[in-house]
Design a binder for this molecule. Structure first.
Ligand code: FAD
Length: 443
């Protein structure tokens, strides 16, 4: 079946039960009859999550570590990987069946991202499709009929790729201070300003863009006057330039500075109400935290599994190095950290699903804070656990940990990403300090 998920979506309303049930049966046979390949404990996951783990894992298995090593070295986009996931229907995992999606939730999408990273693809594999999953959430919730019909099916099928344009060089984590402006002109808007660190902008044909439709000095609060747009990235038109950023890890996927100079977009590019862009974008922000947590977990489990295998096999002083507690204990400790972060991650994703996306301004206001706290905590804990696992995996390999052929150096470089983005460790701690502990704001 070329499109497992779209077949599910086409056949069965919101949650595609019957066919999914047969996939579940197939997966549970596979799980019970084969020796478990992964070190992660899979008890406690739902049947749907395990079906996703198995199905996405099968696609990923076609892309061995040698593929990712080569893409990392050549800095070439993993377009075959993106196409394979699209072809199997996985890019619409959390989008409605009426638009060609699978209609599952964020917890299954988190499992998908974890599985991708865990396969050896790491953050590069995850980032190649990351925005297609979370940046489409605000679009699916607030987009016009035309936007949904025009854009979402193309993203699901892989015909178009999307990137998310929020970060600006002069605002940084103080997102509400962003200054990229969308000036209303006849029939549309002119965009002027600069974005930075925009992943996949070189290969995307759409950008979900956060820009100001009223300047900071015109609004009573910085959260007002922001608007979300879904724009075409047409490099042949004037007013759009991109410059690729050389970076430490995840080199297969591009990261960019993007410059807009009176770049023209039609009025129909606006997503949701004008001026309500911050609330609209929030539908994607908590989702992204959960997905990144899943990606970090996958990276950590991959590195730890590799380290344990090496520690069993590598013989020094006449015995496997894993016999030494100086090797074994840090790895056992890293495993427990990952398992704890896994619980936090899937708790957050399920909470998000239960709260209907937990978006601010909805009737679920109280759960919106709970979702925010859980999603931020999950991102923090999973990122730290992944970093610990990747660093210890590298050290377990001794000098060989520094060689590209052993993969752990690639995963170690990539393990910095979930610590830095989409929100830093410090800002998560600030958020929990304020929202949970009711401590005074420090900035
Ligand atoms: C690989 C990668 C991919 C990315 N992809 C995208 C993308 O696709 N789209 C997008 O929009 N953005 C993207 N980003 C941007 C990312 O979200 C930002 O880099 C991140 O939010 C941090 O912002 P900044 O780099 O401006 O840090 P800054 O805001 O300059 O902060 C620098 C440091 O100061 C600390 N700091 C700042 N203020 C405080 C405070 N009040 N209290 C304590 N500490 C503080 C921060 O925690 C951080 O450690 C990406 C970044 C990376 C590295």
């Amino acid at each position: 079946m070329s499109t497992i998920c779209s077949a599910l979506g086409r056949s069965f309303g919101r949650r595609p039960r019957p066919l999914f049930a047969s996939l579940q049966a197939e997966a549970s046979r596979a799980f019970s009859s084969t020796r478990r390949r992964r070190i992660m404990d899979t008890s406690g996951f739902t049947d749907d999550e395990l079906v996703v783990h198995d199905g996405v894992g099968k696609v990923c298995a076609r892309f061995p570590n040698s593929y990712w090593q080569e893409r990392d070295a050549s800095e070439k986009d993993p377009q075959e990987f993106h196409a394979a996931l699209a072809d199997a229907g996985w890019l619409g995992i959390a989008l409605p069946p009426s638009l060609g999606g699978v209609g599952l939730g964020l917890s299954e999408a988190t499992m998908m991202m974890q599985t991708i990273a865990e396969s050896g693809a790491g953050m590069a594999g995850a980032q190649a499709i990351h925005a297609n999953v979370y940046a489409t959430q605000p679009l699916a919730k607030f987009g016009t009929h035309h936007q949904l019909r025009e854009t979402i099916p193309d993203i699901i099928s892989g015909r178009s790729r999307v990137c998310f344009g929020v970060t600006e060089p002069n605002a940084g984590l103080d997102t509400l201070r962003l200054t990229t402006a969308a000036h209303e002109v006849d029939g549309g808007y002119e965009i002027s300003g600069q974005k930075v660190w925009i992943t996949c902008a070189q290969v995307a044909s759409k950008m979900i863009l956060l820009a100001r439709t009223r300047s900071l000095d015109e609004v009573p609060k910085p959260s007002e006057g922001l608007s979300l747009f879904c724009i075409d990235l047409d490099r042949r038109r004037p007013g759009l330039e991109m410059r690729r950023i050389r970076k430490m890890g995840g080199r297969a996927v591009d990261a960019n500075e993007v410059f807009f100079d009176r770049y023209r977009v039609p009025s129909s590019a606006l997503v949701g109400a004008k001026g309500a862009g911050f609330a609209v974008a929030l539908a994607g922000i908590n989702a992204e935290r959960c997905l990144v947590a899943g990606e970090a977990l996958g990276l950590g489990y991959a590195a730890l599994e590799r380290a344990a295998a090496y520690a069993r096999e590598r013989v020094v002083f006449g015995r496997p190095i894993g016999t030494n507690q100086g090797i074994a204990h840090p790895l056992a400790d890293a495993y427990m950290r990952l398992e704890a972060a896994k619980l936090a991650t899937y708790h957050a994703a399920r909470l998000y699903d239960k709260a209907g996306g937990g978006r601010e301004g909805s009737s679920e206001q109280s759960s919106s804070v709970a979702v925010g706290v859980a999603a931020n905590s999950a991102k923090y804990l999973a990122a730290e656990a992944a970093f610990t696992a990747c660093e210890r995996a590298l050290l377990t390999h001794g000098g060989m940990g520094y060689a590209a052929a052993f993969d752990v150096e690639r995963w170690f470089r990539e393990s910095l990403v979930p610590r830095l983005a989409p929100v830093s460790r410090e800002m998560v701690l600030n958020y929990v300090g304020e929202r949970v502990l009711k401590l005074p704001r420090s900035y």
